[in-house]
Design a protein around this ligand. Structure first.
Ligand SMILES: [Zn+2]
Length: 125
């Protein structure tokens, strides 16, 4: 199958090794892509694990899993990566009512012990 993150590569050659823990995403953008794929799969566990430990209390694995399940994840568009730890993206999805939605976010990532983590995001229009 094509990787849900729209890289044009197969899932096996793209985000799967990150989801299985075989490899760690080498850049914030790769982590961002693998997190989008984790919503599409969905894999709430991975979304939780790739959140900065100090921020995990703000999230809940079950909610992440459900958010992945109820929506249909259509497309990821990386708008820009203005710094190593910043990614602006648009996630296109179909919500549970069948309406197309765009989640536009400016995300902040942090590298710790050689691994990238999602810190937080600012939602844009
Ligand atoms: Zn991918």
């Amino acid at each position: 199958m094509n990787c849900p993150c729209c890289s044009g590569k197969s899932y096996e050659e793209c985000c799967k090794p990150y989801h299985t823990g075989e490899k760690h995403a080498p850049t914030a953008e790769a982590l961002m892509r693998s997190r989008f794929s984790a919503f599409a799969i969905p894999n709430g566990e991975y979304l939780m694990e790739t959140t900065l430990p100090g921020k995990r209390k703000l999230h809940n694995k079950k909610d992440l899993q459900e958010w992945g399940e109820i929506n249909q994840w259509v497309k990821l568009e990386i708008i820009q990566t203005p710094a190593l730890n910043h990614v602006e993206f648009k996630a296109h999805y179909i919500d549970e009512d069948g309406d197309p939605q765009i989640h536009h976010e400016f995300s902040v990532f942090q590298k710790m012990h050689d691994r990238w983590y999602y810190v937080s995001g600012e939602f844009l229009d």
